[in-house]
Structure formats: C-alpha cells, structure tokens
Design a protein around this ligand. Structure first.
Ligand SMILES: [Zn+2]
Length: 232
C-alpha cells in the first residue's frame, strides 16, 4: 500500500506519524511526505533553505520514507494561496504517489497553515471519486502535532479525538526522535511540547489510552474496505 503524509511544513510528518510511518516503511510500504511549504522562509530561529532541505532529506532517510514531494507555497501564509491551488497540488501528489492511505493535519489546530492543508487535503482526497484512473482511497487519518494541535483553543471546530492507535515501541519511538533531531532548531527544552520529555510522555499517554506500552494516536476521517478481512 502506498502512503502519503500531507503536511504543511518539514518536521510535521515526524511529529504527526514518525513512528507509524517508519514502521509502515519498514514493512515494505512506500511512504512519502508531501510538504506544501518546504522552504524555510519566515521560520523563526530555523536554518536557511539549503540547510532545511538537507535536514528534510536526513529526516526522510531516518524514517525510511521515499522521496518527498516538495511544494514552495509561502510558509505561515498558506491562507494567501487560493484553495484550488493547494487542492490541485495535493491531487497531483496523490496521483504521483499512488497513495491509498493518507495522513494529514487535524482541522482544530492552532497553526493556520495546518488548517489550510487539511481543508485542501480533504477535497483532494476525493479525487478517486471524480476520476476513474485514480486508485481508491482506503484510509484518511488526522494527526496531532505537538505545539500546534495541543495548543489550539476551544473553538467551533471539534478538537482532536484519538480513535486509532499504533504501538510505537522503543524502536519506532527512537526513529521518530532521531528524525526530529535531524531538523535543526525544532527540539526545545522541556516543558516545551517539542521536547523529548513531552514526546515520550504523549506516547505513554496514548499507550495508556489504548492498552499499549506506547502509541501514536490518530483520528480516523475515512476508512473503506473492499474485503471484510480488511476490517479486522
Ligand atoms: Zn507545521
């Protein structure tokens, strides 16, 4: 199964599904990240674009992901891009990757780039119902991003509700942390949410919710099965 992780920024793919994605890649699935704003413009305290590109490549290698799909939409200003342009870019990424499983942001997120990304991704994910040459979507998962989804204030949007859990054991959690460290300037000292302490604590908390030792959690937006076995 081909998997596409549609995110706004380099590092979101690691924070959201680094452990799960690494495990899927190790199982032989082709996992690729699609970044809408792959450049470093306006990234406070972050490296220059060339450094960010190098960091992004190292992180994908740590996770065992395939070649990323890089967008150059404006960082922190995705709201200035016509919705249709973001939708078309993601549709092309779905076509290029042949993805039938998509991970993306959650609509209740403090970061507006993340909100714009999931809005466009939701529309793009229906491509298979508009065109017969597109592989049907099997799963669409929404991710929680530390320092963004957890920082959202109560609003009209329904907050993140974990309903799907993946056992992120020591090996996969270590891969996630290594991939995050590949990005200069992302990890912060505790109690910032992007610290090793909070990442490990969230994995333990999601594990405790689901009867697993540690876990990454997702909210399922869509699931379709063609054989009853697929539901098991
Ligand atoms: Zn982000």
């Amino acid at each position: 199964m081909n998997v596409l992780v549609v995110v706004a920024h380099p590092d979101d793919e690691v924070l959201g599904c680094g452990a799960t994605g690494a495990a899927l890649a190790a199982s032989g699935h082709l996992v690729r990240a699609c970044f809408l704003a792959a450049g470093a413009e306006a990234r406070g305290g972050r490296p220059e674009t060339a450094e960010l590109s190098a960091d992004t490549a190292r992180a994908q290698a740590e996770l065992g992901f395939g070649a990323p799909i890089l967008g150059n939409f404006p960082n922190i200003r995705l709201n200035t891009v016509p919705h249709i342009e973001l939708v078309r870019f993601i549709e092309n990424a779905i076509l290029e990757s042949g993805a039938q499983v998509i991970f993306t942001h959650h609509p209740a997120d403090l970061n507006d780039d993340h909100v714009q990304t999931v809005r466009a991704c939701m529309a793009a994910a229906r491509l298979f119902q508009r065109r017969t040459d597109v592989k049907p979507l099997r799963r669409l998962y929404l991710m929680e991003i530390l320092s963004s989804t957890d920082w959202a204030f109560p609003s009209g949007s329904e907050t993140f509700r974990a309903d799907t859990f993946f056992e992120a054991g020591d090996v996969w959690l270590a891969r996630k942390l290594a991939a995050l460290r590949a990005y200069r300037g992302v990890m912060r000292p505790f109690p910032h949410p992007r610290s090793e302490e909070v990442l490990r604590a969230l994995a333990a908390y999601r594990g405790g919710q689901s009867g697993l030792r540690s876990a990454e959690a997702f909210q399922t937006a869509f699931a379709a099965a063609v054989a009853a076995d697929d539901l098991l």
